[in-house]
Design a protein around this ligand. Sequence first.
Ligand SMILES: NC(=O)c1ccc[n+]([C@@H]2O[C@H](COP(=O)([O-])OP(=O)(O)OC[C@H]3O[C@@H](n4cnc5c(N)ncnc54)[C@H](O)[C@@H]3O)[C@@H](O)[C@H]2O)c1
Length: 308
Amino acid sequence: MKISVIGAGNVGSLTAMRLAQANAGDIVLVDVAKGLALGKSLDLEDARWILGLDYNIKGTEDIGEIKGSDIVVITAGLARRPGMTREDLLLKNSQILKEVSLSIKSLCPEAIVIVVTNPLDLMTYFVLKVTGFDKRRVLGMGVSLDAARFANIIASEFSVSVKEIEAMVIGSHGEAMLPLPGQTKIKGLTLSEFADKDKIELIVNKTVKRGAEIVAALGTGSAFFAPSAAIAEIVDAIVKGEGKVIGACAYLDGEYGIKDICIGVPCRLGRNGIEEIVELNLSSEEASRFKDSADSIRQLLKGLLCMI
Ligand SMILES: NC(=O)c1ccc[n+]([C@@H]2O[C@H](COP(=O)([O-])OP(=O)(O)OC[C@H]3O[C@@H](n4cnc5c(N)ncnc54)[C@H](O)[C@@H]3O)[C@@H](O)[C@H]2O)c1
């Protein structure tokens, strides 16, 4: 298995480390910044003897090295900086991802592509359209990270082990995300049964704001430990092909009554990418909020398509 990670910044380099240590395949790390991917890959290689692991990792500025990859993870792009509007970020990252997507299309036409660059739902749609790949082979990492944050906050609030929590978040990877208390379980009970309305509201609000809380604390850049763990989980599910269900940003073609956008939903993942989009039994309130989340993506998508 050949796995390429494009972008050797915080998220990309940690992802490369996790994938190499998990023995997921041969790793290629690419970045346009001179020497960055090479330096990081040499450093990662030096850890092999200490860890007793014989993984292969190659760092380069040459995107041509991704040729023939089975899986490509895209982390290239900017995170929002002070003074930058959402439109500026959209324009910059879509320019970067256009170039990257065309390279993937010509160099590894059979690859499964995992998009990480923000704004996630729009960038996943954009990569799908530019590559022209089958909708099952382009997915985005977003709601599984949101679910991890939801689970972590629940664990802290109730002093229980994260292992006793099954968390579910769907919708856009942003303010309009939808943590689902009725589909989230603690020791077998749903969060709705486990906690009162005020407590649930507090936990949901903390989950929605978690990314911004981390950005504010860091002062520069955004999260990378949990994001890289979430990417590695998706890659592992694809490589092992055991049909694990993980939340991911996927192209909807009528599922949940929604068409022609990419949004976070539970997906059965396997060797072909998205094997199945799992349709949850949503309450009428959840279904209407999911539709609002989809509408917010559709609005932004219109803006993106006007800009490019
Ligand atoms: N989906 C999620 O849940 C999630 C989580 C965290 C971060 N992100 C997003 O992931 C992206 C990367 O985050 P980061 O913290 O690693 O940022 P970073 O700034 O540390 O790294 C980005 C890297 O991309 C490289 N790059 C730019 N253009 C490139 C190109 N054409 N080819 C190859 N490399 C290129 C840059 O040189 C830089 O090293 C951002 O858009 C961020 O918002 C998404």
